[in-house]
Design a protein around this ligand. Structure first.
Ligand SMILES: *[C@@H]1O[C@H](CO)[C@@H](O)[C@H](O)[C@H]1NC(C)=O
Ligand SMILES: *[C@@H]1O[C@H](CO)[C@@H](O)[C@H](O)[C@H]1NC(C)=O
Ligand SMILES: *[C@@H]1O[C@H](CO)[C@@H](O)[C@H](O)[C@H]1NC(C)=O
Ligand SMILES: *[C@@H]1O[C@H](CO)[C@@H](O)[C@H](O)[C@H]1NC(C)=O
Ligand SMILES: *[C@@H]1O[C@H](CO)[C@@H](O)[C@H](O)[C@H]1NC(C)=O
Length: 302
């Protein structure tokens, strides 16, 4: 929708990328927001936090009432990208300047906020500006003090402290860089630290990869391992209880990648940007899918 020729071209590519189509679960649209939802995170109370790229605002969707409410605004930036929970009801949110009208990205504008939702009112604190940043999107916790954060333009992985904002480079690798002919400078995007490995997508590189992380030092151990290549505009992903992942891709929707590397197309969601599982008794097997058209969808996974 925002760049339909581009989406069309990618959709054509998708048919030759060799996805195995086993079943397609129909997504239900549960929320019609406006603007561009880039990333989502589910709170322990079941509400889904929605980070907006078109405005610097964090919203919350309540699955029981299907209503969306604004949680906080973030001054000094055009929008938000990644969001993750670092300790119970404390979130890390990335902000910076990406224009959703012309896709220009401002280097040096990317920074990190701490959003504390443990009290009656949301408390936001600007943690750190990353002056050398190109385009920061993905973020994932290492433990309750340290999180990983990645620069999609430069192909750099950092670790940062939620207490001090101090950060350092963990890895700079060609597998994390966008290809030179990329539509925008968007390489490493979705990040998840899971069972001793950092898993990541490279959106315009079309890859899904992992690298082993030392569980004490948070340093990499060994080289990046490529799990899948020839993917199309893959963005965020979420681990299911069985160790498979569900991926969101702008042009193709939601797919599932099993631990053995087999990939299955699950559903078509227009401009899918992010996925996350519910955390309540009723929606544990529900996959929430956001879109850059401002929608939130659910897919029943069992
Ligand atoms: C959202 O809009 C679509 C298209 O107009 C409609 O089919 C759907 O029922 C709406 N969903 C909600 C939750 O409002
Ligand atoms: C760390 O944070 C996670 C996610 O919120 C939580 O499940 C876990 O209990 C936390 N651990 C400690 C020691 O706070
Ligand atoms: C792109 O749009 C932003 C505002 O959204 C504006 O500040 C910037 O100048 C525009 N850049 C180009 C190259 O048109
Ligand atoms: C990012 O955009 C905001 C809002 O327009 C502006 O105040 C800020 O100066 C911009 N940052 C950079 C580094 O250009
Ligand atoms: C990979 O795992 C899935 C899920 O268990 C299974 O359906 C599929 O047949 C496996 N593929 C291969 C090549 O082993």
């Amino acid at each position: 929708m925002h760049f339909s020729h581009f989406t069309l071209a990618l959709a054509c590519l998708a048919t030759v990328s060799g996805a195995v189509v086993l079943k397609r679960d129909t997504p239900t649209q549960v929320y019609n927001g406006s603007g561009w939802i880039e990333n989502i995170a589910v709170r322990s109370n079941g509400n889904v936090l929605l980070s907006h790229l078109d405005v610097p605002e964090l919203w919350s969707f309540d699955p029981s009432t299907k209503a969306g409410t604004k949680v906080a605004s973030f001054p000094g930036a055009l929008g938000l990208t990644g969001i993750t929970e670092i300790k119970p009801d404390v979130f890390v949110v990335v902000s910076g300047n990406f224009s959703v009208s012309n896709f220009s990205i401002t280097a040096g504008s990317w920074g990190v906020w701490k959003v504390d939702l443990t009290g009656a009112a949301a408390k936001t604190t600007f943690l750190k500006l990353i002056p050398e940043s190109g385009f920061v999107i993905g973020v994932t916790p290492f433990d309750n003090e340290t999180f990983f954060i990645a620069d999609a333009a430069k192909g750099t992985l950092y670790k940062m402290s939620i207490t001090t904002g101090d950060y350092s480079v963990v890895l700079a690798d060609s597998s994390m860089k966008p290809p030179s002919n990329a539509f925008i400078q968007e390489g490493i995007h979705g990040l998840k630290y899971y069972e001793g490995y950092l898993y990541f997508t490279n959106t315009f590189g079309g890859t899904y990869n992992k690298v082993k992380i030392d569980q004490v030092t948070a340093k990499t151990s060994g080289a990046v391992v490529s799990i899948l290549t020839s993917l199309t505009d893959v963005e965020d992903f979420a681990f299911a209880p069985d160790g498979s992942v569900y991926t969101a891709a702008r042009s193709t929707g939601v797919a599932r990648i099993y631990a053995n590397g087999t990939r299955t197309q699950i559903a078509t969601v227009d401009t899918a940007s992010s996925v996350a599982f519910g955390r309540g008794a009723k929606d544990k097997a529900t996959l929430y899918v956001s879109s850059s058209g401002g929608g939130l969808y659910t897919i029943a996974t069992s």
